[in-house]
Design a protein around this ligand. Structure first.
Ligand code: HEC
Ligand code: HEC
Length: 381
């Protein structure tokens, strides 16, 4: 009874899809349905069967960046979710919060349905169980001493900045100034990572290199970092009547692609300014679209590519972007090309570059709060 009810609910949900796993290749034989065909159909039923299977959920939504085995670094320097040092310091609540709320302004989107993402709480719990099954339970961690944040700042510049970047900027390692990170990472969690590192990842242990007071000071500094604009308001939803085509009456852009695949942000910005006709697909979790997106873009995430069949296949340019900057958008472009869309491209530098350039954005966090740190100058690899 409960399963049936759930299946019915999923059937109605806007993010519902016909795919039950990432490994399924969408059928190419059938002609694309008409522009406004419902995308739900029998979907809910297949999804209900696998919805609490953490391994399947991981494969569909997370493997793209965190890797098939969840060891990280498949794309975007996504961290390992299964290293011993991570699992012994991260509580289930910490992991669940990261999945639900994401890390705004990074490639890690919010996936919780409370933030407009695809996953309900049962699915988030299933994912947490899946990662937990690959390593130890959380330990009771010793809390650091008070420390001196000013001293910690100097040590941070000396030892950490090469990977974690200055506050407000993006480096190759997770953002320690991220508001969602700071909202859930305790001083003890931060200290544990610094003392022991995260072997076998690039995060080195500092327990032998730095004195205990120095580490306490760095923790005090990290905890005190000013925060950037936060998340989309809870329960925000993508409107269901979004127009698919931008400037339907406009002329055709003449994009020049790099490697027959990538279009520069500058060309897309120019085409928008010139009111030219195109479709822009946001390939991230819809929760991140709610936060900020290119005006006129439609959210069709990398894990829901069947929804691309709604797009006109009449030669209109379709540009896909993500934060990565190429992975999620690349999946969308591959799926379009499989369906014989002729003019498709990946936005080369991605949305974070677009944002850093000050190009137009829409969404709840489109305009940075006055307290925001200066615009990043480090380019994402
Ligand atoms: C050589 C690059 C490098 C240096 C130097 C480095 N880190 Fe890291 N750090 C990383 C990476 C990569 C991760 C993510 C590891 C993983 O996959 O779990 C990380 C993770 C962390 C985490 C955990 C963050 C999270 O979201 O779980 C903390 C805290 C941290 N580092 C603090 C520091 C501090 C403080 C310093 C300086 C004393 C430092 N790191 C120096 C690369 C580095
Ligand atoms: C587009 C790439 C991408 C996808 C897809 C993605 N992540 Fe992440 N994830 C990241 C990055 C990058 C970070 C580090 C963010 C930062 O800089 O702070 C991260 C961080 C995390 C963290 C925090 C780890 C820590 O040490 O603090 C968790 C937990 C996590 N992701 C789980 C997931 C789960 C579960 C999914 C699937 C539902 C997922 N991610 C999908 C890129 C991704």
């Amino acid at each position: 009874m409960r399963t049936l009810l759930l299946a019915a609910l999923l059937f109605l949900a806007p993010n519902c899809s016909r795919r039950s796993g990432a490994q399924e290749i969408p059928s190419q034989a059938s002609p694309p349905p008409s522009a406004h065909a419902p995308v739900a159909s029998v979907a809910g039923v297949t999804k209900a069967a696998s919805e609490t299977d953490g391994a399947k959920l991981h494969e569909r939504y997370c493997a793209l960046c965190h890797g098939k085995e969840a060891k990280g670094y498949a794309a975007d320097n996504a961290p390992s979710l299964v290293s011993q040092r991570f699992l012994e310091s991260a509580t289930d609540a910490f992991i669940a919060t990261a999945i639900r709320n994401g890390r705004p302004n990074t490639a890690m989107a919010a996936y919780g349905s409370s933030r407009g993402g695809p996953l309900d709480e049962r699915q988030i719990t299933a994912l947490v169980r899946f990662y937990r099954s690959k390593g130890p339970a959380p330990l009771a961690l010793p809390a650091p001493g008070p420390g001196d944040a000013a001293k910690g700042g100097k040590l941070y510049t000396q030892y950490c900045i090469t990977c974690h970047a200055p506050p407000g900027q993006r480096g190759t390692a997770p953002q320690l100034h991220n508001p969602e990170f700071l909202a859930s990472a305790t001083p003890a969690f931060i200290r544990h990572a610094i003392v022991h590192g995260r072997p076998p990842t690039p995060m080195p242990p500092f327990g032998e290199r730095l004195k205990a007071e120095e580490i306490d000071s760095i923790v005090a500094y990290v905890r005190a970092l000013a925060t950037l604009p936060g998340a989309a308001p809870a329960d925000a939803k993508v409107p269901d009547n979004l127009a698919l085509v931008i400037n339907p009456k406009g002329g055709k852009p003449s994009f020049k692609l790099r490697d027959e695949r990538y279009v520069s942000a500058e060309q897309v910005k120019k085409a928008l300014d010139a009111k030219q006709r195109m479709v822009i697909v946001d390939a991230r979790s819809p929760a991140d679209w709610l936060l900020f997106h290119i005006p006129g873009s439609v959210p069709i995430p990398y894990y829901d590519t069947e929804k691309l069949e709604k797009l006109p296949n009449d030669g209109t340019w379709v540009v896909a972007y993500c934060a990565c900057p190429h992975h999620a958008s690349g999946e969308v472009v591959d799926a379009l090309r499989k369906r014989n869309y002729r003019h498709t491209a990946v936005l080369d530098e991605g949305i974070l570059f677009w944002k850093d350039k000050g190009y137009p954005l829409a969404g709840s966090a489109a305009t940075p709060a006055p307290s925001a740190a200066p615009a990043p100058s480090v380019k994402h690899p």
